[in-house]
Design a protein around this ligand. Structure first.
Ligand SMILES: [Zn+2]
Ligand SMILES: [Zn+2]
Length: 270
């Protein structure tokens, strides 16, 4: 099992996973052109994708889908409510609908979904398993629920958003109070401190590496986010917005990637 974050941030999110004989893309929030270019950069032909899975309908997670699906016949997996919102203006997609919390298989890849608290219609995170390897993916979420913790216990690798640093968000002058409230609400995004507590709770269950994503350009830095996780003692790196990070395989984590994104930069409800 291996995975590569093609880009992460409010400018667009997409991650490719290769395991169990299949290749799946989670979210298509970069432009279709960038998704294809970045897939090729990590050695994946876009037409070889077996599935596209969506976490939720926000633009930074689905923006490239319409153009991408003009070229690909890849089935798109989503919860019913997410697909209803996304399917407007999209014809000809082969939708595969699953229930939030449901499990299914794509070839030899087992997929387990779980609900996450975020201001979208039916947002989910995923755990992927194949050949005794496992990878948890938690994108936009306002807090960590007990159920999420239960689902993620025992995962070997984790992608999790680390959107903002409390002090940097507090000090930010660009965002109105209402936006800050939304970001830090229970249905907004995770802070570094929340991620540190979350990751700390998974270490004893076998978590071995962490990739952070969706960093705010103004309200976080890779150094701040990584140092917040120092106590967990795991290899931690940050995925950037502007270029794909390399493959994360069983061992060890890649170097630190910079180029964090701009929070909500020009996109509605990131
Ligand atoms: Zn997002
Ligand atoms: Zn979102």
């Amino acid at each position: 099992m291996r995975f590569a974050v093609l880009g992460s941030g409010s400018g667009g999110n997409a991650t490719v996973i290769e395991a169990g004989g299949v290749r799946v893309l989670v979210d298509a929030g970069l432009s279709a052109k960038q998704i294809c270019l970045r897939l090729k950069a990590v050695g994946i032909a876009p037409e070889s994708l077996d599935a596209i899975l969506l976490t939720h309908e926000h633009g930074d997670h689905v923006r490239g889908l319409r153009v991408l699906m003009k070229a690909l016949r890849t089935p798109v997996y989503a919860t019913a409510s997410t697909s209803h919102v996304v399917r407007e203006g999209l014809d000809g997609i082969r939708w595969k609908i699953f229930e939030s919390g449901g499990r299914f298989a794509i070839g030899g890849l087992e997929v387990e979904s779980f609900a996450v608290p975020h201001d979208a219609v039916e947002p989910v995170g995923y755990v992927f398993r194949a050949a005794e390897r496992s990878f948890g993916l938690v994108s936009d979420t306002g807090h960590i629920t007990e159920m999420m913790l239960r689902r993620l216990r025992g995962v070997e690798s984790l992608f999790v958003e680390a959107n903002y640093d409390d002090a940097l968000l507090e000090a930010d002058l660009k965002r109105p109070w209402s936006t800050k409230q939304r970001i830090s609400s229970k249905h907004g995004h995770l802070s570094n401190a929340q991620v540190a507590e979350f990751v700390g709770g998974l270490v004893a269950d076998g978590l071995k590496r962490v990739v952070l994503g969706h960093l705010s350009r103004d309200c976080n830095t890779p150094e701040t986010a990584i140092s917040a996780l120092a106590a967990c003692g795991l290899p931690v790196c940050c995925a950037g917005q502007d270029e794909p990070c390399g493959w994360h395989e069983e061992m060890p984590a890649c170097g630190i990637e910079f180029a964090a994104d701009e929070l909500f930069g020009g996109l509605p409800a990131a």
